[in-house]
Design a protein around this ligand. Structure first.
Ligand SMILES: CC(C)(COP(=O)(O)OP(=O)(O)OC[C@H]1O[C@@H](n2cnc3c(N)ncnc32)[C@H](O)[C@@H]1OP(=O)(O)O)[C@@H](O)C(=O)NCCC(=O)NCCS
Length: 137
């Protein structure tokens, strides 16, 4: 597997269109209200197939905010989200972030497990969401 940063709006559109054919990725556009800040990554399987995309940006408080992550059903269970978390953290550290924040729907078991395994702590919760944070060493 290989994670790389998406470099252009065209590449992002193409990546999302590819994923939309395998999974309901319509919710991804909900994260486009900060296009000037948000950065995107893609995860490619060993055969070069696009397996997942994820986003992040640096907040006004200089924290890394992990915004979304989606992995195509055929590629789940292969550590794609974990790799996308690691890549975004690496970028965030390079931007000077000392903390990462994110959230996940309670029913998104894969995300909750992957974030917990990546040492994220639950900071708040309600009926639908869990908020996480992690110190970036
Ligand atoms: C969340 C998502 C990115 C995780 O994909 P992934 O990296 O392949 O993660 P996995 O499917 O391996 O799941 C991680 C862990 O959760 C477990 N898991 C996943 N779904 C589960 C479920 N319904 N019940 C119990 N455990 C579950 C897996 O067994 C795995 O455990 P393991 O690490 O001990 O093997 C993927 O499921 C997805 O794209 N979902 C739809 C979009 C979404 O909800 N995104 C998150 C919010 S933005």
């Amino acid at each position: 597997m290989r994670v790389r940063k998406i470099r252009s709006a065209r590449e992002l559109r193409r990546s999302r269109a590819l994923l939309a054919s395998t999974v309901d990725a319509s919710f991804l556009s909900e994260f486009d209200d900060i296009p000037e800040l948000q950065q995107h990554w893609q995860c490619l399987a060993d055969d070069g197939t696009l397996a997942g995309v994820a986003g992040a940006y640096v907040t006004e408080d200089d924290e890394l905010c992990l915004t979304y992550c989606v992995v195509a059903p055929d590629h789940r269970g292969g550590g794609m989200q974990a790799a996308l978390i690691t890549a975004r953290e690496k970028w965030g550290k390079g931007q000077g972030c000392h903390k990462a924040v994110t959230y996940a729907a309670r029913r998104s078991f894969g995300s909750v497990i992957n974030l917990t395994k990546a040492q994220y702590r639950i900071m708040a919760l309600d009926d639908y969401f869990l908020c996480f944070e992690k110190d970036l060493a």
